[in-house]
Design a protein around this ligand. Sequence first.
Ligand code: PGA
Length: 247
Amino acid sequence: MRPYIVANWKMHGLRQDLPQIEAIDAAAAKYNDIDVAIAVPATLIQPASQIVTHISIGAQDCHHAPKGAHTGCLSSAMLSEAGANFSIVGHSERRADQGETNIIVAGKIMAAQNDNMSAILCVGEDLATRQSGNALSYVSDQLMASLNAGNGKKPKVDGLTIAYEPIWAIGTGHVPEIADIEAMHDSLRAQLIAIFGEPAQTIRILYGGSVNGDNAKSILAVKNVNGALVGGASLTASSFCPIIEST
Ligand code: PGA
């Protein structure tokens, strides 16, 4: 499976930062067997997508409805038209800050896929859930509900990536034990196969949460870790490229 290394720029990035994207694109061009992508702020989708030749440019969220009275929101058709090839959906920061529920997130995946974008679905437990020993079952329930897997229409396997991001590891410098990452990713793979059948072997499962140039190699070597979703260390070419090189 081709490794997938995705930058999540969150609410960082102005036009003056486009040279970082050019530099990441140039570095990624040296690796034909790795997929590299950057989820930029919506305002940079168009200019970024015009300067890259090797990497994909995507959005960090899309609305679940195709259009309507949703002041300040962007539909998947708008993002796709601007040049986004994919959208992150259900990031824990949006689940917390914007109150996004699993059912809303499920709608976002369908919306993205409807408008020719793939979706990177984020799941992950908070610290209390991890400490209580219930992380595997919590994330399993979250995955099931965010895919709307129990209720008829499921997303397409083709345009779907999963990102396991323990909330307590995001931006904190704390990374789970390798054995815990492996257990979670194995569990997610088994569940995806239960939902989608054998084609789910092709769904990439990314790890995210304090990935950097120092720890990427050991994390990316874990079975069923098919790439990384990177926040803080993705903002400059000099911190992000070592992660690409670690695959
Ligand atoms: P981080 O963020 O790499 O800064 O921990 C990851 C993410 O939130 O996607």
